[in-house]
Design a protein around this ligand. Structure first.
Ligand SMILES: C[S@@+](CC[C@H](N)C(=O)[O-])C[C@H]1O[C@@H](n2cnc3c(N)ncnc32)[C@H](O)[C@@H]1O
Length: 230
């Protein structure tokens, strides 16, 4: 199936509302537990030490918050170019006063140049991202943004949808995962599947940027996962 890129930023109020109201708790908690296993199984230094974590394309902050809750010594910075998404993240944050000092949200359109010329340049001990890569029209720009925020030893852990082989597979994934969701979310899920990359494409992107030390694996029937140390 050919890739059909979807709109980059999620700014439409109806779309943002339906995304923020959707229940991603099971896959979000799976992300946190897989991140934890990856850190525990690799020699990545003590997780009790202070770290700066960057969540690229953080949306309404669902993963950002969970990381801050799971790792009380870490400072977590969620970055998104959509003010609508960040407004929801900030509303949620107000309800979790205990996270206020450790979670920060920045409205930045992510690009290698913007990161290189900002305080985020080389700032991250860990870069995470969930479901954002496929929104970038150029995947190269996404990976160069990751590199601009990183330095030697930065850990990368990200997950995204992967593009199915056919429309038929898309439809069966829709039936399995979003059949009870709002029409808007079903539409967006289909668009995201079409816009996402295959494992081979991501491996190719990484190789072209000399980032082959990052591993790419198929995860379950709808995701790909990228992890490693720069
Ligand atoms: C599908 S949402 C994922 C939200 C969240 N990470 C999660 O786990 O649910 C993708 C987010 O990436 C943001 N995004 C896409 N391209 C971006 C860019 N170039 N700069 C900043 N944010 C971007 C969109 O605005 C959107 O909020």
């Amino acid at each position: 199936m050919d890739r059909v890129p979807e709109k980059e930023l999620m700014e439409d109020p109806g779309q943002v509302r339906s995304y923020a109201e959707a229940d991603f708790s099971s896959s979000d908690s799976d992300f946190i537990s897989r991140l934890g296993s990856f850190l525990a199984n690799s020699n990545r230094g003590s997780i009790s030490k202070q770290k700066v974590v960057l969540d690229l394309g953080c949306g309404p902050g669902n993963i950002t918050e969970r990381i801050a809750i799971a790792y009380p010594n870490w400072r977590v910075i969620g970055v998104d170019g959509s003010e609508e998404m960040l407004n929801i993240a900030l509303q949620r944050q107000v309800k979790r006063q205990s996270l206020l000092s450790r979670v920060e949200y920045l409205n930045i359109y992510l690009s290698p140049d913007r990161i290189s010329s900002s305080t985020l340049c080389s700032c991250a001990d860990i870069v995470v991202s969930n479901s954002a890569l496929h929104h970038f029209p150029s995947s190269i720009s996404f990976w160069e943004t990751v590199t601009a925020a990183s330095s030697s030893g930065t850990i990368v852990f990200m997950r995204d949808l992967r593009r199915p082989t056919s429309t038929k597979v898309c439809l069966s994934l829709m039936k399995k995962y979003v059949s009870n969701c709002s029409m808007q979310l079903r539409k967006d899920y289909f668009a995201s599947l079409q816009s996402s990359f295959t494992v081979e494409e991501v491996r190719h992107q990484l190789a072209s940027l000399n980032l082959s030390k990052l591993q790419v694996i198929e995860l379950e029937d709808q995701y790909l996962e990228v992890f490693g140390e720069l």
